[in-house]
Ligand binder design. Structure first.
Ligand code: FPP
Length: 253
């Protein structure tokens, strides 16, 4: 397995993905396949989160965004919602020392006000305690959906226009980027979805315009460093053209 990491480290480092985003799907089905309750899958999913964080850090990735809880997930049975938010608090508590040791900086995007109080405060504390870390930035998308974020962006821009601090004719791509929750994070180079489904499910719709997409049949609790590193190596073999022709891209390489 170290061979995969060596291959990544020996590759042209200017082509390393800076930002990987993951839709962590398949916890429930993984548990049900073993005759266990869905919550068991989420508990095991925490180990896979650790694999993704450590694997990204070891490969030299700078940003990792994890879709941990969507706006739509609030519609799940209360028992599962409570288990998920409780698990998050427990995981942050248990992993904080490890995050510090690995210089991981924690961030959150989403409608945080919707989170239970304890969860909200635990998160704020961990964000504050890790804010000076200089290694991997882990962004948890919590109570997040892209349509919610885009609506908030429109509201923010509208307020600035109303206060005469922004001229509508001057609104451009950068104005939009500056008013999204990801304003200080580069767009994902790679988007991974586990769990065998081929959907984006309201995740970072604006930001993934040119991301390379990887759909894996692996259920999230089985996600390992090896899975991640294989995807990074696969990404190296893809040519990103950003709308240009392949001849134009080869000339500028
Ligand atoms: C999708 O599986 C997974 C989630 C909705 C939650 C992900 C949460 C964790 C891995 C645990 C805590 C997170 C952190 C960051 C410590 P699903 O339930 O939709 O699976 P299914 O498609 O098989 O039903």
């Amino acid at each position: 397995m170290e061979k995969l990491l060596d291959q990544i480290r020996n590759f042209d480092q200017s082509r390393l993905p800076r930002h990987i985003a993951i839709i962590m799907d398949g916890n429930g089905r993984w548990a049900q396949q073993q005759g266990k309750p869905r919550v068991f899958g989420h508990q095991q999913g925490v180990n896979a989160v650790r694999n993704a964080i450590e694997g990204s850090g070891e490969a030299g990735v700078k940003y990792l965004t994890l879709f941990a809880f969507s706006t739509e997930n609030w519609n799940r049975p209360a028992e599962e919602v409570n288990a998920l938010t409780g698990l998050l608090v427990k995981a942050i508590h248990a992993e904080l020392e490890n995050l510090q040791k690995n210089q991981v900086r924690l961030k959150v995007i989403g409608n945080l006000k919707a989170l239970p109080n304890e969860c909200y405060h635990e998160l704020l504390k961990a964000i504050d305690q890790t804010k000076e870390n200089t290694g991997l930035t882990v962004i948890l998308a919590l109570s997040y959906s892209s349509r919610w974020e885009i609506t908030e962006m429109a509201k923010n821009i509208g307020e600035k226009v109303k206060k005469n601090t922004l001229n509508p004719q001057e609104i451009d791509d950068q104005t939009v980027i500056d008013n999204l929750t990801t304003f200080d994070i580069p767009d994902p180079d790679i988007l991974i979805r586990t769990g065998g489904e081929f959907r984006i499910s309201n995740f970072l719709l604006y930001q993934i315009a040119y991301s390379e997409l990887f759909f894996s049949s692996i259920m999230w609790p089985d996600f390992s460093k090896k899975t991640l590193w294989q995807i990074i190596l696969d990404y190296f073999s893809r040519q990103r053209r950003f709308g240009k022709t392949s001849e134009q891209v080869s000339c500028s390489e």
